[in-house]
Each structure stands twice: as structure tokens, then as C-alpha cells.
Design a protein around this ligand. Structure first.
Ligand code: PLP
Length: 356
């Protein structure tokens, strides 16, 4: 028998979440973002739940090829563009759409020999300061791109730094509109946070990622409580041992937790080598036998330990939910000082994952 640890991908939840993105941005076409192996869910496993999208956004050429193998004939967008001239051959072969964010990429396109024009998304740096042309340089870049024989349709794209926070997007929208003024072509601006909270940014295409997996762009579960989004992954295991410890006994490496009174402690088959965050402190929520309890002691490589005081009937074989349908990933993430994005992407290779 394998260890009793696994992740389940909920196909119906993915489809539900895509429909919710559509409900929020009804006039826009959707790039369903499936980078990082569909945020750790597995591209092939996520695909059936998301196939009602208009296009898929990702980073790796290999993932793009895999989507074609899965039978996806629609648009695929390379969100970071390409890195070497030989990448353009793959873009051509699989009819990919690519972001173009710098002159080096334009130069490679100018030199490329293509079987047909490539559609591009010309990226503006409207304030994020990672990728793209500044508003001042954008028109010149667009003129140059338009003159390249191998370039087909040009969509104008930018990305927001604060769509989930108090600063908002007004300053970036203003910069984008200034740089794109008078330039024809579709626009693509909104990540999940802007899909949910900034309808003025929806325009022609939206690019939701995290919301499709049922987690919050802000990391706060309260922010998505009324959206109808459903968790797309459940990470579950079982108790493999139970210890009854006396007052004053400590648990695990570093003896970081000491029992104040006699208590039962459950040992769960899941550790940081499985993708559970080692930094998760005492008090991080865990569900055992349907009852919410908490982590005690340090997370080790293959195991973690939980307080069984609220679930006196729990024993070896009891079901443990680390996050999922009943315990939101963002609640676990915030206890560990991170966001759901990081936890879902970190599910380790050794964890068996299946879709249902
Ligand atoms: C990852 C990414 C997205 C999706 O972001 P979420 O916050 O997950 O919705 C959208 N656009 C670009 C360019 C991205 O890299």
C-alpha cells in the first residue's frame, strides 16, 4: 500500500469557477491561466474542467505542446513570451500566441522564418515594473511590431500589481490608456483580482488564474466568501499513529510544543517533502474526522502532528484534510505566512493526484 496521502482535483469545481469568471466578466473572452502545471493541479487533470474557456495562458512551451496533445485546438498564450530564436519554431508549429515584452523578442521575430504569422500580445509596463514597454515607448514598439511580416494580430496587454489590495488599479489603467491611446487592437488586462473587483478592467480578454482553482487572489478567504468559487483541490491523508502524552512532554523536533495537560496527539502521513509548509506554526488548522483541530509541534519531512483533544474518537486510519473542500487553502496558507498560490503549486511529485 502507498502512504495514505493524496490530492484530489475536483473537475466540477474547476468548471464552476470558470463559469463564475464568465459571470463576473460576461463581455470578455477568457484566457484560463494554467501555468505552473495548472497551479499544481496538473495540466491534463485540470483541462477537462476548464475546456469551456476561450484560450489557455501558460509559460512553458512543453505545457503548450501538451495542451495540443490533449486535443486543445484553440488559442494558447505564452504569458512571458519566448526566450530563444528556436522557441519561435515551436510557436509556429503549435500556432501559439505569444507575449512580446522587449526589443530582443521583436528582433528575434524580425529574423524568424515562419509558415504563417504569429499573433502577439504586446506588453506594456504600466507600473508593475517587471515586463513590458513603458507607456512612453509603447507606440514605437507597436509600430515596429506591426511592420514585422511574421506578426499577425497584435493585442495590447498589461498586468496589475495591486488589483487585490488598497492601492487598486487606477494609476495603472491611466498609464495604460495613455500609452495605448489611438492604437487599434484588442486589450487584455485583468487577472483574477481584477475580474472579481475591477469591472472597468475587463475589456476584450481577461486572464483569471487563482480564482479558477477556488482560492483568493488576496489570500483572504473572506474576500471570496460570496463569490461561489469552490476549492478545486483537496489534500488529504490519514492518521498513522496516536500518542498519549503526559503534561510536560514535548512533541517532535526541537521540542517546540509542550503539552500543558495529558493529551492525545495524532501523527499524520504528510510532511514538508509532500509540499506541506514546514513553517506552518502551532495552531495551523487541520481537519481530523471532520473536526477542525490544529497542528502541534514542528512539521517534519514525512509527518506532522495534530492535537486530538477535539476529536476523542480519532485513531489510526482517521481521515485528515490538510486543505480542500472543508478547509480553505488560504486559511492554512495565512497561518503559515503565505498565500494559497504557493501551497497549491508546491504539491510534491511524490504525492499521488487523481481527478474526480
Ligand atoms: C499568472 C498570471 C495571471 C493570473 O493571475 P491570478 O492572480 O492567478 O489570476 C494573469 N496574467 C499574467 C500575465 C500572469 O502571469
Amino acid at each position: 500500500m502507498p502512504r495514505p496521502l493524496s490530492a484530489t482535483i475536483h473537475t466540477a469545481a474547476l468548471a464552476n469557477n470558470l463559469a463564475i469568471a464568465r459571470k463576473y466578466a460576461p463581455k470578455s473572452k477568457i484566457w484560463a491561466v494554467v501555468k505552473a502545471n495548472a497551479y499544481g493541479h496538473g495540466l491534463a487533470r485540470a483541462f477537462p474542467g476548464l475546456r469551456a474557456t476561450d484560450g489557455f495562458g501558460l509559460l512553458d512551451l512543453e505545457e503548450a505542446a501538451k495542451l495540443r496533445e490533449l486535443g486543445w485546438a484553440g488559442p494558447i498564450l505564452l504569458l512571458e513570451g519566448f526566450f530563444r530564436p528556436t522557441d519561435i519554431d515551436v510557436i509556429d508549429r503549435y500556432s501559439l500566441t505569444t507575449a512580446v515584452h522587449c526589443d530582443e523578442q521583436l528582433r528575434m521575430l524580425e529574423m524568424a522564418r515562419l509558415s504563417k504569422p504569429i499573433n502577439i500580445q504586446l506588453k506594456m509596463n504600466s507600473g508593475m515594473n517587471r515586463l513590458g514597454y513603458t507607456p512612453e515607448k509603447f507606440r514605437a514598439a507597436w509600430e515596429r511590431a506591426r511592420a514585422v511580416q511574421g506578426v499577425g494580430q497584435i493585442t495590447l496587454m498589461t498586468h496589475f500589481s495591486d488589483a487585490d489590495g488598497p492601492r487598486g488599479i487606477a494609476h495603472q489603467l491611466e498609464a495604460f490608456e495613455r500609452g495605448a491611446e489611438g492604437i487599434a487592437g484588442a486589450r487584455s488586462l485583468a487577472n483574477s483580482a481584477a475580474v472579481l473587483w475591477h469591472p472597468d478592467a475587463h475589456v476584450d480578454w481577461v486572464r483569471p488564474g487563482i480564482m479558477l482553482y477556488g482560492a483568493s487572489p488576496s489570500g483572504l478567504t473572506a474576500d471570496i466568501a460570496d463569490t461561489g468559487l469552490k476549492p478545486a483541490m483537496t489534500f488529504q491523508s490519514e492518521l498513522i499513529a496516536v500518542q498519549t502524552v503526559s503534561a510536560g512532554s514535548s512533541i517532535g523536533y526541537g521540542s517546540t510544543f509542550t503539552a500543558g495537560a495529558p493529551m492525545r496527539v495524532g501523527v499524520v502521513a504528510c510532511g514538508y517533502a509532500d509540499g506541506y509548509p514546514r513553517v506552518a506554526p502551532e495552531g495551523t488548522p487541520v481537519i481530523v474526522d471532520g473536526v477542525r483541530t490544529k497542528l502541534v509541534g514542528r512539521v517534519s519531512m514525512d509527518m506532522l502532528t495534530v492535537d486530538l483533544t477535539p476529536c476523542p474518537n480519532a485513531g489510526i486510519g482517521s481521515r485528515v484534510e490538510l486543505w480542500g473542500a472543508n478547509l480553505l487553502i488560504d486559511d492554512v496558507a495565512s497561518a503559515a505566512g503565505t498565500i494559497g498560490y504557493e501551497l497549491m503549486c508546491a504539491i510534491a511529485q511524490r504525492v499521488p493526484v487523481r481527478a474526480e
